[in-house]
Design a protein around this ligand. Structure first.
Ligand SMILES: Cc1ncc(COP(=O)(O)O)c(C=O)c1O
Length: 386
């Protein structure tokens, strides 16, 4: 009910604390199945300081708009491009929708079709429904990468583009983006790479010597990339990223916003009013951590994921779905449903809806949390397999 009279702040906060007491928090170490994390304290400071900036009306906040452009360019640089075009958006979903929108608008075919791996994130289903695009799903190989031959077989005159994934949602698998890029170039189609998760992992993992395929703008067929700072970038939610290789992609999705206080602009994002503070936090975190800082985080989490995978192998009744590629470890069990229920009962933030349990070794996940989880897992499997 809408209250008639206001309450003092302390009372309201007390009520909020009470009502959120059932929430799992990232700093508890119990959330093991999420791609979000506890934001970096410096990012929180930046957000608090610039909370009022609205990039939906950049004429009012020209400094913030310039910083967003710089942040987009720094992300483009990380992804092998000197200058990129795009935005800091609300997340991977909006970034993927914008990419599909650009591919559709530039293709100008009557019955647009998009070819994407069976492992693609459900945001493409939203994009397809909103944009009137038919999704054509390509099969996966035994190692869960997309079957490039099957992608080729599915190309028609109606195809508007191809999607490849650099860090799948379920398993963290990186598709053969070099082969998809060649294919896209051969057929004159744009390739969109969904690196919502992998974008802030793969460049650093490669620098650490992990054998991962190229996935970014260094490949000429790649025309757009989704990269989310609110996942491994450690920026508070919402902070996604969409980067286009050429200006024409952004222009193809820009709508005239005529009445704004700061003057009329061309706007490409789905959201109108949108948080400038988060874009500033992306800029600030990249400046603060630098390539070396992110590399250090990625090293720790990649090593922890491999240790965790090796410990899982020692537990009878569970099996790895595949060796980890990034900092994601997924495992199955004959007793999956019961196991999921028992783990949730013990307060673990995991889910098994894909047919396996996914552990994302995010920055807030420490070795002691995983040790505790393994103990619970051993105990539960002991009783389930008796
Ligand atoms: C590969 C991939 N793309 C897109 C998304 C959607 O991102 P968001 O939840 O930030 O909209 C996710 C989310 O997990 C993802 O894993």
């Amino acid at each position: 009910m809408f209250p008639l009279k206001g309450a003092i702040e302390e009372d309201v906060l007390r009520e909020l604390d009470k009502k959120t007491a059932d929430d799992l928090t990232f700093d508890s170490g119990k959330i093991l199945g999420s791609m979000c994390t506890y934001p970096h304290p410096f990012a929180i400071r930046v957000i608090t300081r610039y909370i009022d900036r609205n990039l939906g009306d950049p004429g009012l906040h020209v400094g913030s708009q310039k910083i967003e452009r710089e942040a987009v360019n720094m992300l483009a640089n990380l992804l092998g491009l000197e200058k990129g075009y795009g935005h800091i958006v609300s997340g991977g979903t909006e970034a993927n929708i914008l990419a599909v929108r650009a591919m559709r608008n530039l293709a100008e075919v009557e019955k647009p079709e998009l070819i994407l791996p069976e492992s693609a994130h459900f945001s493409f289903i939203k994009a397809a429904e909103m944009l009137g695009v038919k999704l054509v799903w390509a099969e996966l190989n035994g190692d869960y990468t997309v079957n490039v031959k099957d992608v080729e077989n599915k190309i028609t005159d109606n195809t508007i583009g191809i999607v490849g994934i650099a860090g799948t949602t379920g398993l963290g698998v990186v598709d053969d983006i070099p082969a998809l890029s060649d294919l896209a170039l051969n057929y004159g189609l744009p390739l969109h790479v969904d690196a919502a998760f992998g974008g802030f992992v793969i460049p650093f993992a490669k620098a650490l010597g992990y054998a991962l395929p190229d996935f970014d703008f260094r490949l000429k067929g790649v025309k757009s990339i989704t990269i989310d700072p609110h996942k491994m970038g450690m920026v508070p939610i919402p902070a996604g990223g969409i980067i286009f290789r050429e200006k024409k992609f952004l222009e193809s999705i820009s709508i005239l916003a005529p009445y704004l206080a700061g003057g009329k602009i061309w706007q490409a994002t789905i959201t109108g009013t949108r948080p400038g503070a988060n874009a500033l936090a992306v800029w600030a975190m990249i400046k603060h951590l630098g390539f070396e800082g992110y590399k250090k985080i990625v090293r720790e989490k990649m090593e922890l994921a491999r240790w965790f995978a090796s410990e899982l192998k020692k537990i009878s009744g569970v099996y790895l779905i595949r060796e980890p590629v990034l900092n994601i470890v997924s495992f199955g069990s004959e007793k999956l449903e019961e196991l999921e229920g028992e783990l949730k009962e013990r307060g673990w933030g995991i889910s098994a809806h894909r047919g396996y349990i996914r552990i994302v070794v995010m920055p807030h996940v420490k070795r002691e949390h995983l040790e505790e989880f393994l103990e619970d897992l051993k105990e539960i499997m002991g009783t389930l397999t008796q």
